[in-house]
Design a protein around this ligand. Structure first.
Ligand code: ADQ
Length: 632
């Protein structure tokens, strides 16, 4: 089966230069993890190739054609204006802050939503154009949350998987989002949707329940007669592409030697991030200031190397962050620095893979403390480069990686004083303890690597799609309207059994609110008077409700309380299907139900002749369902 990866960016970005159009590796975690997988398995990668030329440009087009032919990289055609409105709009100014639990940074405009929809449509077109029977389509991340549904509508049988790289927020946060329903339904177009951690899966399920009213099991839900499988599949890195360099690359060896010489006798604390407000860079700098204040022995004996690649620079919040970090670095260096010692070495650009590997290997402590992160690959890269070494990984409890990397020193980055204390203790740990912890982490990172991750994902997706094809629909198929009406017209002596709630009237939260509209009553009157068919309404409703609504309608059978009492058309006399049961059960059951009403705000009891009903559809859905199970 061929794998078709779809992500916002292609692994290469095409840039104009004096020498013409050149492809440069794209930055970011996704490419680091998936690049080697596609290289190994073949297949297509569909995405945006970077900003194109202002006017039609033959060389640009020829390069893209060659990419598709030779590497399977397929460029999605977004106009310059759409690309800008899309990328800087809804994904990065609305979804990114909200999913990382920064609702106050959320910006929304209807225009940016339109661009989001339009871009997702363009991605759909590019995929549909290239699809072959049997392809597995793997859609990535928050830029393309509408795409699974768009593809399902265009090609109903195709196998579609979706992976969210960033966190899925708590439902109370998610529900803030304009167009929240469309996003959830978009993702649920997939056969298989996976997230970085179990917590993200459970947040997703809870949003689906609260916003779409769909309940789910731990690992699946049913929608429109299909199953959607849900899973936590933490992403890994390709460790060899780091360890391999460390073992044999000349440039890495030279860089390592230089670093050791330059920082001799000092503990190196390393931080590597995109310059993003979710990564906790100011909090880290302030915590380092506190560390130097509380541990004078570390002054002159430690250095924080902070590497930050600028990103999304056209968004004002990112420019503000850059200025804030510049200022904080200046403050700490000004306060603690000496002519021989600079406490913070700040590098604000991308560094080469060789330099990065050397830094990872040379550092005594990897300081990975995002305020919120889907996974965080830097944590794993640091560990990969610490084979047989004794560095300490300090990890934020708000990074997805914390769910897997229990041997790290886990901190709350918002608590700067305690973070500083934890780092002081970590640096003082005996060498053997640090080595043991690092060895355990190293085993984990090399085992759950990018290949294992991709293999599990595609295996799960294949199974999910196969079970959809074989199981068929679990819901009865909809009656084709034309066929049903002509069969009804042709029928002489039929029986029409009609349900009430959810069939003749829409479902309502309170039973008393679902009274029939006048048109419905006159339609039933008409059917009854015609006398061609027997017409019955069969429902859990009480005979009191039926009397009130349909008491005067001639020619109808009424079956109330699920058939416990029945009124034939002639005579309007109700009769019970059985002699009435002993009544003593009521006094035992009612107090039990009342106890549940007291415990469940929004729930209430409906008392009928033959039954008592506890209604909880207006209460908190998860809590209501849990208590309903308990009650049963
Ligand atoms: P990102 O937010 O981009 O990824 P991360 O997982 O840390 O975050 O990946 C960053 C990548 O960029 C790493 O591979 C790192 O080596 C590289 N990098 C960072 N700074 C660099 C520098 N100065 N020079 C060179 N390279 C640098 C998103 C989610 C994450 C999730 C990934 C993958 O936000 O939570 O882990 O996708 O799913």
């Amino acid at each position: 089966m061929r794998l078709v990866v779809v992500s916002n960016r292609l692994p290469l970005t095409l840039r104009g230069s004096p020498e013409g159009w050149v492809g440069e590796p794209s930055a970011g975690g996704l490419v680091t993890a998936l690049g080697p997988v596609i290289e190994r398995t073949g297949g297509l990668w569909i995405g945006w190739p970077g900003e194109g030329p202002e006017r039609a440009d033959l060389e640009h087009q020829t390069t893209l054609d060659r990419w598709e032919r030779e590497s399977g990289f397929v460029a999605v055609d977004l106009s310059r204006s759409l690309a800008t409105r899309f990328y800087q709009g809804y994904p990065n100014q609305t979804l990114w802050p909200l999913f990382h639990q920064f609702p106050s940074l959320l910006e929304f405009s209807p225009r940016s939503w339109e661009a989001y929809v339009e871009a997702n449509d363009r991605f759909r077109d590019a995929v549909v154009d290239r699809l072959q029977p049997g392809d597995l389509v793997w859609v990535h991340d928050y830029h393309l949350m509408l795409l699974p549904r768009l593809l399902r509508e265009a090609v109903p049988d195709v196998a579609i998987g979706f992976f969210l790289h960033i966190p899925f927020p708590a439902s109370e946060v998610f529900r803030i989002l304009p167009h929240r329903e469309e996003l959830l339904l978009g993702v649920l177009g997939a056969d298989y949707a996976a997230f970085q951690t179990h917590r993200h899966v459970s947040h997703f399920r809870s949003s689906v329940l609260r916003i779409l009213g769909l309940s789910s099991n731990m690992d699946r839900l049913f929608l429109e007669g299909r199953v959607v499988q849900l899973e936590a599949r933490p992403i890994g890195i390709a460790p060899e592409s780091f360890m391999g360099l460390l073992e044999s690359d000349r440039a890495v060896k030279a860089a390592l030697q230089k670093l050791r010489r330059r920082f001799e006798g000092r503990r190196i604390l390393l931080a590597v991030d995109r310059l993003d407000y979710t990564k906790g860079i100011p909090e880290r700098l302030r915590a380092y200031g506190r560390l130097l204040a509380r541990a004078p022995h570390l002054r002159g004996q430690s250095v924080l190397v902070q590497i930050a690649v600028p990103s999304r620079e056209r968004i004002p919040r990112y420019r503000e962050l850059k200025a804030q970090v510049d200022r904080l670095v200046g403050e700490i260096n000004g306060q603690f620095g000496t002519p021989e010692w600079t406490p913070v070495v700040y590098i604000r650009r991308s560094v080469s893979r060789a330099d990065l590997v050397a830094l990872y290997a040379a550092s005594d402590l990897g300081w990975v403390t995002p305020l919120r992160d889907g996974m965080n690959l830097v944590a794993k890269e640091y560990v990969a480069c610490q084979k047989d070494a004794a560095g300490v990984l300090v990890l934020s409890e708000f990074a997805g990686a914390a769910a897997e990397m229990g041997e790290a020193v886990i901190v709350n980055p918002y608590d700067e004083e305690r973070t500083a204390a934890a780092i002081e203790r970590a640096l003082a740990l005996p060498h053997e303890r640090r080595r043991e912890r690092m060895a355990a982490l190293h085993r984990r990172v090399t085992r759950n690597n990018a290949f294992a991750w991709a293999e599990r994902f595609t295996g799960d997706l294949r199974r999910a799609a196969r079970s959809r094809l074989h199981a068929g629909s679990s819901e009865p198929a909809r009656l084709p309207l034309g066929e049903a009406t002509s069969a009804f017209r042709a029928c002489r002596n039929g029986v029409l059994l009609l349900a009430y709630d959810g069939t003749l009237v829409p479902l309502a939260s309170r039973p008393s609110e679902a009274s029939p509209p006048a048109e419905l009553v006159s339609l039933l009157l008409h059917l009854g008077a015609e006398g061609r068919h027997r017409v019955a309404i069969v429902s859990g409703r009480s005979r009191v409700d039926f009397e009130r609504w349909f008491g005067d309608v001639e020619g109808l059978w009424l079956a109330a309380e699920h058939g416990a009492v029945l009124r034939p058309p002639a005579g309007h006399e109700w009769s019970a299907i059985r002699p009435s049961p002993p009544e003593d059960w009521r006094e035992h059951v009612l107090p039990v139900l009342e106890h549940y009403v007291d415990r469940t705000p929004g729930s209430f009891i409906e008392a009928k002749e033959y039954s008592l009903v506890w209604h909880y559809s207006m209460s908190d859905p998860e809590f209501g369902e849990w208590l309903a199970n308990e009650l049963v």
